[in-house]
Design a protein around this ligand. Structure first.
Ligand code: ZN
Ligand code: ZN
Length: 645
């Protein structure tokens, strides 16, 4: 009668994939346990196995404890499941250690499956290669499973060369061994060796293909990845997600969306990893409409909004200039980890909202999340964008003592930038000299930037020289220095720097501006005539300039145009900066009162910044512009950066 009861649970347990369901069955069985004096170990094993694979593997261990209260003894099948549970998180490793002692006492420590599970736990989870090696050495016969666990453990510990030694020593390699080796090389970004092993493999399965695809993704080789992806005889959701991640990392938005379409047509169901990639590609490009579309897709397809996915959404909305929606999602996250906090803090930082960033930092601390490097880099850069000297200096001083985060060169860089922007160049130099590490190029760059704003050519000469020797190929540095000389009428020096640049064959990074219209991204470069509506766009630009001239007395900053001293390249003197083309296009295609959003890859120049302010007033439009450094919200003739960028 009793065994009949359990018999009734068996098929249920076997088919059970849903952890809630499993918990229900577990509860029911436990309720009956008092009546079951000697439940057979088989039933326990099935249940332990289910729990180990479920959402809270720790329950497998508590069941094991109740098993020990009975007269049933664990067998060689019980322990691999339990060790699997202990390997689900490094916090359960201590339980694994005491389990190891039980195993030795039961005399089951020579079972190859138990040995292999132990090796896996020690090496792959506890990152304790030595203990893994000890178990491995005790194996009487080295079975392939044990070799594979050792191999996998070494790979997970980043010991790729040791892993290769193990791989080469293996007498009998199975497909898992080969795949582990490919995956190992892929993880460390050694595509050449990964490919070599892949090509040598006697027969490949889906995991092999996915591993090599992962290698191409890791190295950012989009074309190589696509070749592999197309060659694959079969694809699963991992293959699709890897290819999408590859596009997301390289910012190939159109390709990502095409592939996403293809994925759905091929009947593969998108997962949270899929939409994380889709959201990040939108964030990277500032493509709000597409981002919103993906967000809707997530809701409609009931994809679980876990912390990682929600954080990606926070980042996307912040980067697309929708900070209030970023907040909504952020505050709805139940388990906010430090990454979620960093996303919202970095989000407000690029708006220059330093007080808000500081407030969030306090809130983060109160919530028990621990701030890291990135948190402070974001808060300090917010202080820098807001010109908050006192707060910035204070934070740099107290971050180690109060928050336990050692200031790095980028943190000093933020405060040096802050001081330099404020014209406190001497203090900036002093701080730089007191740094415990060598200043890097961004630190020198921050000083030079301060010289530009405050026309200090004495410091600029010295700083500029150092910077050009540190980064002789960085076009922006030459541009900035010649810009400084020009602004204080040292024309000869300005043109000397320009010709230095030409002689070294350094060309400027082309400035591009993007604007999204009905989900399509339109990209413009300076003087661009390639857009199908090019003619209309230029006409609109002339019309806008005329109207601004008449109504608010706008005249272009010809000094900058003639000297070509801004960051953005111009084909010829009269050509037009990319954001001017983008805004003209935006005015042509959006209705009255609609917000226009522009994403720019370089720092916006003074003339374009001025023009945007005037357009916002005369055309009564809000313009949100993200440049390389921060957001500008133009409204009623003013900018949120208060001309401080
Ligand atoms: Zn410009
Ligand atoms: Zn601005």
């Amino acid at each position: 009668m009793i065994s009949q009861d359990l018999h009734h649970f068996r098929p249920l347990l076997k088919s059970c994939e849903n952890p809630t369901h499993l918990n229900q069955i577990h509860a029911q069985i436990l309720k009956q346990f008092p009546n079951l004096q000697y439940p057979p170990i088989f039933q326990y094993n099935v249940l332990i196995r289910g729990l180990a694979a479920g959402k809270s593997p720790v329950k497998a261990l508590s069941l094991y404890r109740s098993l020990l209260q009975t007269q049933t003894r664990p067998n060689n099948f019980t322990f691999p499941f339990l060790l699997k549970a202990c390997s689900s998180s490094s916090s359960l490793v201590p339980s694994g250690l005491s389990l190891h002692a039980h195993i030795v006492r039961t005399g089951l420590d020579s079972d190859p499956y138990i040995q292999s599970s132990l090796i896996h736990m020690y090496a792959a989870v506890a990152k304790d290669v030595k203990s893994a090696q000890k178990v491995f050495d005790l194996c009487s016969v080295h079975q392939t499973v044990c070799w594979n666990s050792m191999l996998d453990g070494l790979v997970k510990c980043g010991e790729i060369e040791l892993a290769r030694l193990v791989f080469d020593r293996m007498g009998c390699r199975d497909i898992v061994s080969w795949n582990t080796m490919i995956n190992g090389y892929s993880l460390v970004g050694d595509l050449k060796l990964a490919r070599e092993v892949f090509d040598k493999m006697p027969c490949k399965n889906l995991v092999s293909w996915n591993s090599i695809l992962g290698g191409y993704n890791k190295c950012g080789d989009v074309e190589g990845a696509l070749r592999v992806f197309r060659e694959m005889p079969h694809r699963d959701v991992v293959s699709w997600n890897t290819m999408l991640a590859c596009y997301a990392q390289s910012g190939n938005c159109d390709e990502a969306f095409e592939l996403f379409d293809e994925m759905q047509h091929s009947g593969v169901k998108p997962t949270d990893a899929t939409v994380v990639s889709m959201i990040s590609v939108c964030a990277h490009l500032g493509a709000l409409e597409r981002g919103e579309w993906v967000h809707k897709f997530i809701k409609e397809n009931k994809i679980e909004l876990n912390t990682i996915l929600a954080t990606t959404l926070v980042d996307m909305y912040a980067k697309c200039g929708e900070i209030s929606r970023a907040y909504q999602i952020f505050y709805a996250i139940v388990d906010k980890d430090f990454l979620a906090w960093n996303a919202i803090i970095a989000g407000v930082a690029v708006y220059g909202q330093a007080r808000e960033a500081l407030r969030l930092l306090d809130e983060m601390r109160e919530s028990g999340s621990v701030a890291d490097d990135m948190t402070f880099a974001a808060v300090l850069s917010a202080c820098s964008h807001a010109g908050m000297v006192k707060e910035g200096k204070y934070l740099l001083d107290c971050m180690k003592v109060t928050y336990g985060v050692e200031p790095k060169v980028e943190h000093y860089g933020c405060v040096i930038d802050l001081l330099a922007r404020k014209g406190l160049l001497d203090e900036a130099v002093l701080l730089m000299e007191s740094m415990p590490m060598e200043p890097n190029a961004p630190v020198w760059g921050a000083l030079l930037g301060g010289c530009r704003i405050h026309g200090n050519s004495g410091v600029a000469d010295d700083v500029g020289r150092r910077l050009l020797s540190l980064q002789p190929k960085h076009s922006g540095r030459y541009v900035l220095l010649s810009n400084i000389y020009a602004s204080i009428n040292r024309w000869e020096d300005a043109s000397k720097i320009r010709s230095m640049m030409t002689n070294k064959g350094i060309s400027k990074i082309p400035g591009t501006s993007m604007i999204e219209l009905k989900g399509i991204l339109h990209k413009f470069v300076a003087g661009d005539q390639s857009h199908p509506e090019s003619k209309k766009i230029y006409q609109k630009f002339i019309e806008v300039s005329e109207r601004l001239k008449v109504e608010v007395g706008y005249s272009p900053d010809t000094k900058q145009v003639l000297l070509d001293i801004e960051e953005e390249e111009k084909g010829h003197i009269l050509s037009v900066h990319s954001e001017k083309l983008a805004i003209s296009f935006g005015l042509l295609h959006t209705g009255l009162g609609a917000t226009i959003r522009i994403i720019k890859n370089l720092r916006v120049c003074r003339d374009c910044h001025h023009l945007m302010k005037l357009i916002s007033k005369v055309y009564d439009r809000e313009i949100v512009m993200r440049d390389r450094n921060r957001f500008h919200l133009f409204k009623d003739g003013a900018c949120s950066c208060m001309d401080y960028w």
